[in-house]
Design a binder for this molecule. Structure first.
Ligand code: BGC
Length: 513
């Protein structure tokens, strides 16, 4: 598997030609093959699934703190104290991976399970043992671990020091990363430094819609962005210099990116600019030729800051050294993609947002079309052509990097007849194949999620799993949904077959897994 990725990394310079728009393949009567060696996985994250929040030396992180001090800030007043109890039930999780026939499984490490004090002065052996057990159980069945170092659960102690807005976080994160590489680098070949910088910085520090629920808009999210990016780059270079030879692995970042479609041709420039703010902010410093924050952000925020009476831009600057350190600091573009928004900018969108704020800096408004198929999450509608356009954009904008889809998925309420999820996965995979056909270097796909889990501020009310989890049973019983059978068939045959109707009576483990 790693051989395949390396090969792709080497030959990934073929440029994807710009086609204005491609009508997504509609011949659904013939099964459509994925490229030979294409990799399929599923993803979860530590706080959303592990539970065991205070067991065996694990200390408090920002989600433990938020849910314990302000329980009903979460929709159903729930928390991740037990979650899916994967801390105890990891063997069942691996069994499900085998049932699906996964090539890899993406999960994240809990910083405070490994380093109880937040710092590397003392390693928590029991926490390390848990991850060794999980990794070894997966490898026993040839399932590659893909490990995310940070999926939103910062040590609470570091939050008290300002969290991602304190520049010292660069060293704290780098120290933690080095510990993880030392402990698991012999067996883990796929690393993701940080999951979704936008959600961490904008939602955590600007909009206060995620832990640590800080609302200092237009300022704190930009401080976070700079520190987070430098921390990522530092971890990347530690791996590159000290560990890559030993582990022969790859390391990158996962960026959440929705597609932004202009409402009319006159909104095209505004849509491009909004995209640079929304996620180009994190991609441009790493994947563009020039590096640094996108020029439109630097100019716009500097101008607005001056108008608003700030003595300097609210967007912190990178030093020359930091710009160089960031450029190229990802072996692949880790893409988390879920949906699409329509954008317009006119007189009515000026002055409607709080000042200063991220959205005032963007100065445009977005919406989703009511006729698009709707999930259980208000922000998630099915727009497969947006996925296609996004993949083309990434390819054209950043010189066709290898892309790993590190998340893509659909929410429902409870119930195992999840036809909406089946339709979403099929349509998005179809759109992805269109992009691959055009030359985009998509090399792997990860479904979010293996199983239902703690959906952050929505608690357990929105379900993203291929497997349903029964939160009323002490065993947290996991039951395959229809989509699990469909995904299994896609992986087994390496093709997309719209006509396949699964027999959902029994889930088995096929030969070889
Ligand atoms: C996050 C996951 C989350 C999923 C669905 C992604 O933004 O990485 O943790 O559960 O979306 O909301």
């Amino acid at each position: 598997m790693i051989r395949h990725l390396k090969l792709v990394l080497v030959i990934s310079t073929s440029i994807c030609l710009l086609v204005q728009s491609k009508t997504v393949n509609k011949d659904r009567n013939t099964p459509r093959p994925f490229p030979k060696g294409f990799l399929f996985g599923t993803s979860t994250a530590s706080y959303q699934t592990e539970g065991g929040w205070n067991l065996d030396g694990k200390s408090e992180n920002i989600w433990d703190h938020l849910t314990h001090t302000n329980p009903c800030s979460v929709k159903d007043c729930s928390n991740g104290d037990i979650a899916n109890d994967s801390y105890h039930l990891y063997k069942r999780d691996v069994e499900m991976m085998r049932e699906l026939g996964l090539h890899f499984y993406r999960f994240s490490l809990s910083w405070t399970r490994i380093l109880s004090s937040s710092f590397p002065n003392k390693i928590n052996d029991a926490g390390v043992q848990y991850y060794n057990n999980l990794i070894d159980e997966m490898l026993k069945y040839n399932i590659e671990p893909m490990v995310t170092l940070y999926h939103w659960d910062l040590p609470q102690q570091l939050q008290l020091l300002g969290g991602w807005t304190n520049p010292h976080v660069v060293d704290w994160f780098a120290d933690y990363a080095r510990v993880a590489f030392e402990l698991f680098g012999d067996r883990v070949k796929y690393w993701v430094t940080v999951n979704e910088p936008r959600q961490i910085c904008y939602q955590g520090y600007g909009a206060a819609t995620m832990a640590p629920l800080i609302a200092i808009p237009g300022i704190a999210e930009y401080m976070c962005a700079k520190n987070l990016l430098v921390a990522h780059a530092k971890a990347y270079h530690i791996y590159d210099k000290e560990f890559r030879d030993k582990g022969a692995g790859v390391i990158g970042i996962s960026i959440s990116a929705d597609w932004i479609e202009p409402e009319t041709p006159k909104d095209t420039q505004a849509a491009f600019e909004a995209l640079q703010f929304e996620w180009g902010q994190y991609a441009h410093p790493i994947f563009s030729e020039a590096g640094d924050f996108p020029p439109v952000m630097k100019e716009r925020i500097a101008a607005k800051s001056a108008e608003q009476g700030f003595p300097r831009s609210r967007l912190p600057e990178f030093s020359k050294k930091e710009i160089e350190m960031l450029r190229g600091s990802s072996d692949f573009f880790g893409l988390n993609h879920y949906s699409t928004n329509i954008l317009y900018k006119n007189a009515s969108t000026q002055g409607i947002f709080e000042k200063p704020s991220f959205y005032d800096d963007i100065g445009a408004a977005t919406y989703q079309r009511p006729e698009w198929p709707t999930s259980a999450s208000f922000w998630l509608k099915s727009v497969p052509w947006g996925f296609y356009k996004l993949l083309r954009f990434i390819s054209d904008e950043y010189n066709n990097p290898p892309v790993i889809i590190t998340e893509n998925g659909w929410s429902t309420l409870t119930g195992i007849e999840d036809d909406g999820r089946v339709a979403y996965y099929r349509d998005y995979l179809d759109a992805m194949l269109d992009a691959i056909e055009d030359g985009c270097e998509v090399i792997a796909y990860t479904a979010w999620s293996l199983m239902d889990n703690f959906e952050w501020m929505q608690g357990y009310t929105e379900r993203f799993g291929l497997y349903e989890v029964d939160y009323n049973s002490p065993q947290r019983t996991r039951t395959p949904r229809k989509s699990a059978f469909v995904y299994k068939q896609i992986i087994r045959t390496n093709q997309l077959d719209y006509d396949y109707v699964p027999d959902t009576n029994e889930m088995t483990i096929d030969e070889g897994h």
